[in-house]
Design a protein around this ligand. Structure first.
Ligand code: MIG
Length: 795
C-alpha cells in the first residue's frame, strides 16, 4: 500500500470510549472522541455498521444497495451496561463495547462474529480521507466463501484478495484481481453461516487468515467503513439476505436460457447465416447468435459495417424467423472522429471523462484513441441509453457490455486522477473505478429496456460491482482451453452464484486456444447446467462450433444441448426462485448441507436448483468419477439407480454423460426437445416423478416466457407435494396465479417406485374422480393426467 511516510509514523488509530449514544427508530449512534458508529437494523437478520473517523458520517449514498429496502423492524431493544451496549432484534444480539468493539450472537447465545481489533483507520495524506480497516477473529474450524469471480479453491481461508476490476486476458488459477468486484463473503463455523458485505468501491482487500492465522480482515484505500452483517444461519438464507440489500436478476426471457453460439467474430452476414443454418441442419438446438466487435464500422459503437452487414434489419428478421436472437457487443470507448455523431454529442455535452486538471481523458482501445463516457453521471447514462434505438428497432435482442473494467490498452485502465460525477458526489477514478462497469451495464440496461419493452432482453456485462445482478448477466472473461480452466469455470460460476450473481457462465471450450474434442464435450456438459450457456472463443486458434470436433463427437455435444432444452422449465423455475427471493440458481455442495463437514472442502459437486446435483468430469479419459452425495436419497438421472447419500460414490460417465443426480421426491418438469424456445406449442408438460418413501414438495413456475405481465400476476406456480402413506403415493397439486399454459395434460414418468403401479386415480378440481391407465411398455411406467388434478393416488 502506498502512503505518505508521515501517516505510517503516526500509525493506525482505534476508537476511544463512547461518551454519548442515541436511538432513532431502527438507527443507533454511538459517539466516541473522533469516532461515530452508526448501527442500523435493516431486518431482524441484517445489521449495518458505519463508522466515521473524525467529524461526521459521509453522505449516505450507495450504488450497490437497492432503493426499496424493506421497512425496518420496530422491536429493537438497546440497553446500556457498564462497559457495553446490547442491541437486540428478533434474531440477534449485538454487543457493542464502549471502545466500539462488536460481537454478534444469535438468540441461543452462540457467538457468530466478533471483532479482533475491529474498526481502525489511518489518514491518507496523499489523497485525503482515510484507509479504513476492520478485523474479526477467526472462529474454530471457520471456512470462508464468496467474493465474486475469484480463482483458486472454493474455501478462501488462508488467502488474501484484492478488489480492483482488471481485464485479465488468459488469467490462471492464481490470478487476482479479475474483472469483477464483489466485496461480499460468507463465514461458516459451528454450523452457523453469516455474511459480510463491505459497501465501499475503492480498491479494497480481504484477508482470511493469510497474514495472521487467527484474523480475517477487510480494508479499503478510501471512503468509509460501511458494512452489513447478514445472519443465516443457513448459508442459502445469507445469500437471500444479501439479495434483500443488493437485488436480484430480473427473470430473463426464456430464450436467453437456451444455447448461445458466439465467436470473435462472425461476419459477414453470410457467415452468420451459415452458422445458423448449420445448427438447424444438424439439429443442434440454439436460441442466440452473438455478434462481436467486427460488426461495427471501425469499432464505432452503435454502427454497422455496411459491407459486412448491408441490411441488418432484414438479416435479424430472417434469423428471428428461424428462431435465433441476435446479441450484439458494445464497448465504452468512443472513437475520436468528428464525423461520428456519438463522438460529437459526447464532446458538445461534456459526457466524456476528464483528467483532474481539465483535459479529456484519452485511452487507446479497438477504435484507436478514444474518449470514455462517464457512466456515473445520470445524464450520460440517459444519453447512452437512447443510442440503442436504431439497433433495437432493427431487432437486436440482447447486448453484451465488454471492456468495462474499464480496460485500456497499455495503461490497463483510466489514470487514477480521472474525474467522475458519481451521481452528484464528484470523485476521482480511485473511487469510481470499481463501479464503472456496473454503471455502463446499467446505462445499457435502462436504455434498451425502455425501447424494447414490453419484451424482456438479455444484457451481459464483463465487469461489475455488488448489485450488478440488477442490470445484467455475466461471463467469466477471457479463459483458456485447458482442463484447468474447466475446473476454474466450475468454481467461478459457483462463486458468482453465491455472490448474488446467478446468471453466469464461462466461454465454453475456452476463449484462448483450441480445446481437444474431449475437453469441448466435457465443457459443453458442464455449460448445459450453468445458467448462461454460451460457446465463445477468440477465433484465433481454430473453430469452436459444435461440429468442429468431428462427427464422432457430435452426438455427445447434441445430447448436452438437448438435456438443457429438456430441463428448461426446471431451470426457469429455479430462476424465478432467484428473482423472487434471491436464492442462488447454482449452489455449491456446502450450501446443500452445511452441517455435514464433508461438504466444507469440496468444490466439484454443485446443485442446480433444489433437486439436481451435478458433478462435472474434469479429467481426460475418464469413464466416471468419485463424487460426494449429500445426505438423503438420490436417483442417477441417466440410469435411475437409487443411491443413499452422505458418502462418496463412484459414478460412471462415459464421454457422452455427465454425472447428475435427482433428489428423491422431486417432480422434475421437462419440455420435449425443441430446436429453439417456442418452436412448437407445448402439447403436454413432462413431469418426471422420483419416488420418495417420505414427503417432498416441488414447484413448477410458468409464464409467457417473455414480456412483463407476470409482474401483474400472469404466471402460474404449481406446487406438488408427494407423500408416501400406507403403501401408496399421494401427489397433491396447488396452483397460484392466473397464467393458463397451452397444454392440457401432464405426462408423468414414474421413477424408482418400489412396484409397478396397479391402480392410479385422480381427483380433479371439479371434484370428479377418474381412474388412470398406466403405460408400462417402456422402461418406466407413465401416466397421462389432466393438468387440473388436485389429488393423485398411486397404488
Ligand atoms: O480486447 O470483443 O472478453 O469476449 O470476444 C478483447 C473482443 C475484447 C474481450 C472479451 C471477449 C471478446 C473480445 N473482447
Amino acid at each position: 500500500m502506498e502512503q505518505d511516510p508521515r501517516s505510517r509514523a503516526q500509525g493506525k488509530r482505534t476508537p476511544q470510549l463512547v461518551y454519548r449514544w442515541e436511538k432513532t427508530g431502527a438507527i443507533c449512534h454511538f459517539y466516541a472522541p473522533q469516532t461515530t458508529l452508526e448501527v442500523s437494523v435493516v431486518t431482524d437478520h441484517i445489521l449495518r455498521f458505519r463508522y466515521s473517523p473524525y467529524g461526521s458520517l459521509m453522505q449516505n449514498f450507495s450504488y450497490a444497495i437497492r432503493e426499496d429496502l424493506p421497512t425496518p423492524p420496530t422491536s429493537i431493544k438497546v440497553e446500556e451496561h457498564d462497559d457495553s451496549f446490547f442491541l437486540e432484534t428478533n434474531s440477534l444480539r449485538c454487543v457493542i463495547s464502549k471502545t466500539l468493539h462488536i460481537s454478534i450472537y444469535n438468540l441461543d447465545g452462540q457467538l457468530v462474529v466478533e471483532d479482533e481489533r475491529g474498526f481502525h483507520w489511518e489518514e491518507s495524506h496523499q489523497h485525503g480521507g482515510n484507509f479504513v480497516y476492520c478485523s474479526k477473529r477467526i472462529q474454530e474450524q471457520e471456512v470462508f466463501f464468496g467474493l465474486g469471480d475469484k480463482t483458486g479453491n472454493f474455501n478462501l481461508r488462508g488467502r488474501r484478495f484484492e478488489l480492483w476490476a482488471t481485464d485479465r486476458y488468459g488469467y490462471d488459477k492464481n490470478s487476482d484481481p479479475l474483472y469483477k468486484n464483489i466485496p461480499f463473503y460468507q463465514g461458516l463455523h459451528h454450523g452457523l453461516g453469516y455474511g459480510i458485505f463491505f459497501d465501499n468501491t475503492f480498491r479494497s482487500h480481504f484477508d482470511f487468515g493469510h497474514s495472521n492465522g487467527n484474523v480475517s480482515s477487510f480494508w479499503a484505500d478510501g471512503g468509509q467503513m460501511d458494512y452489513y452483517f447478514i445472519y443465516g444461519p443457513e448459508l442459502l438464507r445469507v445469500v437471500e439476505g444479501y439479495a434483500v440489500l443488493t437485488g436480484t436478476h430480473e427473470l430473463p426471457p426464456l430464450w436467453a436460457l437456451g444455447f448461445h453460439q458466439s465467436k470473435w467474430s462472425y461476419f459477414p452476414e453470410s457467415q452468420v447465416k451459415s452458422i445458423a443454418q448449420k445448427l438447424r441442419e444438424l439439429q443442434l438446438p440454439c436460441d442466440a447468435i452473438h455478434l462481436d466487435i467486427d460488426y461495427m464500422d471501425e469499432f464505432r459503437c452503435f454502427t454497422w459495417n455496411a459491407d459486412r452487414f448491408p441490411d441488418p434489419a432484414r438479416m435479424i428478421q430472417e434469423l428471428k424467423a428461424d428462431g435465433f436472437n441476435a446479441v450484439a457487443i458494445t464497448d465504452p470507448g468512443i472513437k475520436l472522429d468528428p464525423s461520428y455523431s456519438v463522438y460529437r454529442e459526447g464532446i458538445e455535452n461534456g459526457y466524456f471523462c476528464r483528467r483532474a486538471d481539465g483535459p479529456l481523458m484519452r485511452g487507446e482501445v479497438w477504435p484507436g484513441i478514444c474518449h470514455f463516457p462517464d457512466f456515473t453521471d445520470p445524464a450520460v447514462r440517459q444519453w447512452w441509453g437512447t443510442k440503442f434505438e436504431d439497433q433495437v428497432a432493427q431487432g437486436i435482442a440482447g447486448y453484451w457490455n465488454d471492456m468495462n473494467e474499464p480496460a485500456v490498452f497499455e495503461l490497463g485502465t483510466f489514470p487514477e486522477d480521472t474525474r467522475h460525477d458519481y451521481d452528484g458526489h464528484p470523485c476521482s477514478h480511485r473511487k469510481a473505478h470499481n463501479i464503472y462497469g456496473t454503471q455502463m451495464a446499467r446505462a445499457t440496461y435502462e436504455g434498451v429496456k425502455a425501447q424494447i419493452f414490453p419484451r424482456r432482453f438479455l444484457n451481459l456485462t464483463r465487469s461489475g460491482f455488488a448489485g450488478m445482478q440488477r442490470f445484467a448477466a455475466t461471463w467469466t472473461g477471457d479463459n483458456i482451453s485447458t482442463w484447468e480452466h474447466l475446473w476454474l469455470a466450475n468454481l467461478q460460476c459457483q462463486r458468482m452464484s453465491i455472490s448474488g450473481v446467478s446468471f453466469v457462465g464461462s466461454d465454453i471450450g475456452g476463449f484462448i486456444g483450441n480445446p481437444s474434442p474431449e475437453l469441448f464435450v466435457r465443457w459443453m456438459q458442464l455449460g448445459a447446467f450453468h445458467p448462461f450457456f454460451r460457446v465463445h472463443s477468440s477465433g484465433d486458434h481454430g473453430d469452436q462450433e459444435p461440429w468442429s470436433f468431428g462427427s464422432a463427437n457430435l452426438p455427445a455435444i447434441r445430447k448436452a444441448i438437448e438435456t438443457r432444452y429438456r430441463l428448461l422449465p426446471y431451470v426457469y423455475t429455479t430462476f424465478r426462485q432467484h428473482a423472487h427471493q434471491g436464492t442462488p440458481v447454482i449452489r455449491p455442495l456446502v450450501y446443500l448441507d452445511q452441517h455435514d463437514p464433508q461438504t466444507h472442502y469440496r468444490m466439484d459437486e454443485f446443485g442446480l436448483g433444489p433437486d439436481l446435483l451435478i458433478c462435472p468430469i474434469l479429467e481426460e479419459k475418464s469413464e466416471g468419477r468419485q463424487m460426494y452425495l449429500p445426505k438423503g436419497q438420490w436417483f442417477n438421472y441417466w440410469t435411475d439407480e437409487e443411491v443413499t447419500g452422505g458418502k462418496e460414490v463412484w459414478t460412471e460417465a462415459r464421454l457422452d454423460t455427465i454425472p447428475v443426480y435427482v433428489r428423491a421426491g422431486a417432480l422434475l418438469p421437462h419440455y420435449p426437445v425443441m430446436q429453439h424456445v417456442g418452436e412448437e406449442k407445448l402439447a403436454e408438460l413432462i413431469l418426471h416423478v422420483y419416488y420418495t418413501s417420505q414427503t417432498y414438495a416441488s414447484q413448477v413456475y410458468e409464464d409467457a416466457g417473455d414480456f412483463y405481465e407476470y409482474e401483474q400476476g400472469n404466471y402460474c406456480i404449481r406446487t406438488f407435494s408427494q407423500v408416501a402413506e400406507k403403501g401408496q403415493t399421494v401427489i397433491r397439486q396447488y396452483t397460484q396465479g392466473r397464467f393458463n399454459s397451452s397444454y392440457a395434460t401432464f405426462n408423468m414418468v414414474l421413477h424408482g417406485f418400489p412396484t409397478v403401479p396397479k391402480k392410479v386415480t385422480i381427483r380433479l378440481t371439479t371434484g370428479e374422480e377418474q381412474k388412470i391407465e398406466v403405460h408400462t411398455d417402456g422402461d418406466t411406467p407413465e401416466i397421462v393426467v389432466s393438468k387440473q388434478f388436485e389429488k393423485l393416488v398411486i397404488k
